[in-house]
Design a protein around this ligand. Structure first.
Ligand code: S3P
Length: 450
């Protein structure tokens, strides 16, 4: 098979240096489009992430009858259709690789008098959807799937679903958001309780559009968010912060590459998203968080990172929801650290774009790093020696398995490997971080086509 066009190699470099303007936040971008679509009036979104995943949501909303204009400066204007204004789509809604897009839109369609069939790419079509469709069917929404809980899924909504009080088995912002979106038109109060607080961008953005959201951190550590049915969203312009999950690759690249110093302005600092920064600081990472301020209802800060000698740690299990997307790149930092890094409570990684535990373990072992894994944990045995070198072997190739974060993690590891690391299936990077390769190379990386 000729994989050349969709493959990149990354090789050892001497330093990373400069300022990097990271792309907009993917989670916030999906929500900005979806909520402004059902608002009264038009909303301008500044800083939206123009990536394949977010555009899959944007195109699906257009297919549902929402007028969306992409302006020359990259801002996006959404002409809201109101709470009951979505139209029956003429064809299936193909969400590509976008897990957040498909799951939130299922909740949205569930509270409209329309029916829509959702499809996706190979990776999305293997991801569990019953975690969304089961609670939606408890709200009286009609659901049919492929018989195994996978896409394609058809949702036949109702204009006024039954309210629901739902105890989610996992801390998942996608589950929480889908149910709250369906609850906006329900006849009563809909509440989701999750075992720990997941990212709260939906709750914050609903409040930004004037909806009262009741949130509580309960005494047993669980978290609940509730909305009253019959809500009306009033349009309100949005500024999207820069994505901490995308910044994560640059942060780790600068930490593990000698003589490096980079600055990343205006990165989102939501407490439910920055577990990786805390973890890397505990590992000895020199990361400064400066100029904390609020932009558009979300906290942001400027981050400066310098090369550091990292040490392995036991990552607290209860930190997992706040860094769930960052374990692949944490594995790279852990591989370059001294001692072992234990990551627990991460069974959810097996249900992401790829099985991230298995795929990271496979690549790290090819790089000469030993890894232990269980169903819900992994332990990476770091390679940093007393003289601060880390003998990461290159000279191997690995498939991204349609997972952008796997692709970017191994390209980052290539910055310090003895021989090139080749990654196949790199077009998936477009789903979350278009421009990643140019940005890394402008800072000093050597990532090139093969
Ligand atoms: C997301 C929630 C997380 C995360 C995903 C984006 C979101 O998934 O992994 O990349 O925007 O709501 P879960 O909600 O399944 O944990």
């Amino acid at each position: 098979m000729n994989k050349g066009k969709d493959s990149l190699s990354s090789e050892a470099i001497t330093r990373l240096h400069g300022v990097a303007i990271v792309v907009g936040d993917k989670s916030v971008s999906h929500r900005a489009l979806i909520l402004s679509a059902i608002a009264e009036g038009s909303t301008t979104i500044n800083g939206l992430l123009h990536s394949a995943d977010v555009h899959a949501t944007l195109n699906a909303l257009r297919d549902l009858g929402v007028k969306i204009n992409i302006l020359e400066n990259g801002d996006v204007e959404v002409i809201g259709v109101g709470m009951h204004g979505l139209c029956q789509p003429k064809s299936q809604l193909d969400l590509g690789n976008a897990g957040t897009g498909v799951r939130l839109l299922m909740g949205l369609v569930g509270s409209q008098q329309i029916s829509a069939t959702f499809t996706g790419d190979e990776s999305l079509s293997s991801r569990p959807m019953r975690r969304i469709t089961e609670p939606l069917s408890q709200m009286g929404i009609q659901v049919s799937d492929d018989g195994r809980g996978l896409l394609p899924v058809t949702i036949t909504g109702r204009s006024s679903p039954l309210p629901l009080s739902y105890n989610s088995p996992v801390a998942s912002a996608q589950i929480k958001s889908a149910i709250l979106l369906a609850g906006l038109n329900a006849r009563g109060k809909t509440t989701v309780t999750e075992p720990a607080k997941s990212r709260d961008h939906t709750e914050r953005m609903l409040a930004h559009f004037g909806v009262v959201v009741n949130t509580t951190t309960n005494t047993d550590g669980t978290y609940s968010a509730g909305v009253d049915g019959g809500a009306i969203l009033q349009s309100n312009d949005i500024i999207v912060p820069r994505d901490p999950s995308s910044a994560a690759f640059l942060i780790v690249a600068a930490l593990i590459t000698q003589n490096s110093k980079i600055t990343l302005p205006t990165i989102g600092m939501s407490p439910e998203r920055i577990g990786l920064i805390t973890t890397l600081q505990e590992m000895g990472g020199n990361i400064e968080v400066l100029n904390r301020r609020e932009v558009g209802g979300e906290e942001v800060a400027d981050i400066t990172v310098s090369s550091s000698n990292l040490n392995g740690i036991d990552v607290p299990a209860n930190r997992a929801p706040s860094m769930i997307d960052e374990y692949p790149i944490l594995c790279v930092a852990a591989a370059c650290a001294s001692g072992s890094t234990l990551m627990q409570n991460i069974g959810e990684l097996r249900h992401k774009e790829a099985d991230r535990i298995a795929t990271m373990a496979k690549g790290l072992m090819l790089a000469g790093v030993s890894v232990d894994e269980t169903e819900t944990s992994m332990c990476v045995h770091g390679t940093r020696a007393a003289n601060n070198t880390h003998p990461i072997k290159g000279g191997f190739s690995i498939s991204s398995e349609h997972d952008h974060r796997i692709a970017m993690s191994f390209l980052t590891l290539g910055c310090v490997s003895s021989d090139k690391i080749i990654v196949h299936g790199v077009s998936t990077i477009e789903t979350s971080f278009p421009g990643f390769v140019n940005m890394m190379n402008s800072l000093g990386a050597k990532i090139s086509s093969i």
